[in-house]
Ligand binder design. Sequence first.
Ligand SMILES: CC(=O)[C@@H](O)[C@H](O)COP(=O)(O)O
Ligand SMILES: NCC(=O)COP(=O)(O)O
Length: 238
Amino acid sequence: MTKLSVNINKVATLRNSRGGNTPNVLQAAIDVQEFGGDGVTVHPRPDERHIRYKDVYDIRPVIKTEFNIEGYPSKEFIDLVLAVRPHQVTLVPDPPEALTSNAGWDTVTHMTFLQDVIGRFSDAGIRTSIFVDTDLKNIEGAVKTNTDRIELYTEPYATNFTKDREAAIAPFVEAAELANKIGLKINAGHDLNLDNLKYFNERIPYLKEVSIGHALISDALYIGLEKTIQLYKQQLIK
Ligand SMILES: CC(=O)[C@@H](O)[C@H](O)COP(=O)(O)O
Ligand SMILES: NCC(=O)COP(=O)(O)O
């Protein structure tokens, strides 16, 4: 079964809209694991508009499953990850002002930088993953960065799924086949939801983990967090 890591950024976005501590982000991290999530993902950004650096420190001790920290590897981010020591770090090439992640790494152009950062995390015993699109040159470049995993950037799949699901999935299957062949493990995420997740999971070989936030937290407003997590987990049965 593919693992579900629940991204709780949007819980923090709601909290931050009022100040105070409602909803409680720490309790959300505890509950998503209690309700069957296989991990917790956070993506701190420089302006701390959702998950704050302090949240990341606070959440670490309540993790009983797997903690995945995503973000752009600025000096502050690298220091945070090395201090908190999650199970996995996912490097994302977001510029600071990005509304949300909107591209994968150009692994050829940024090879030396990625090799250096990945080396530092690997030396600290933290599993590494890098966010990439399905361009095969970026998959081939990824293996040379020495990353353990890639996270396939699934927004193009989600956008095209409603028009032509076969065409939408095809580049992701090809990318996953190549990644597996050259020794990379595969995660995926961005804009996955209850409509498009089952087909993605069925069609993508070797998929180890998906991280889902925006749609899952939105669904939870209607059907509750526990039921929502169970529904997402059901989509991930192979
Ligand atoms: C890498 C990725 O796709 C996610 O981390 C995404 O950026 C979710 O974060 P937000 O919901 O804060 O945009
Ligand atoms: N890595 C993707 C992630 O954590 C969540 O993305 P989204 O479901 O909020 O689009």
